[in-house]
Design a protein around this ligand. Sequence first.
Ligand code: SAM
Length: 163
Amino acid sequence: MVRENEIRENEVAVPPPQANDAGLVFIGTIRTPWTSRLICPRQGRADGPVCRIALFAPWDQALAGIERFERLEVLYWLHQSRRDLVRQSPASNGETHGTFALRTPVRPNPIGTSIATLVAREGPVLLVRGLDCLDETPLLDIKPDRTLFKPIAPPQPGDFETG
Ligand code: SAM
């Protein structure tokens, strides 16, 4: 937990990825049954097939404690997407919608998110249900489902601001 770049007792740092402007680092690979976009689910389902999220070292160390959460928010890079459409016609019927009014994979920054159910952890690999991405989709991040997570750090003034 870092508030002003400090390192605190028992915190563990690893060599950081090279800093570049808003650069992302792929921290693992997602293995799913789907090798074509034509058969991939449009949205993952809680009773869908078990998929494997394989973390690369050293990021596997960041899984410590994850077993406490039944559901995880998984973020991934929809690497085969085109990125240039601002209006899209999901039904191919001439009716278009703005990209940001859709959950389409075609977006300027093709980030996909799903709530996945954690089935098991096998070392650096998480077994989950609820994904909707192609096999070998790059992994961007994993967080506890926000409805299951309570901040561990003490509250601070902004937490009480309303209006
Ligand atoms: N659940 C995520 C979301 O809402 O952000 C993604 C939804 S997106 C509609 C899911 C579709 O993206 C799949 O049906 C497939 O057509 C496409 N897709 C999946 N993995 C992809 C990848 N690696 N590259 C490009 N497109 C992908």
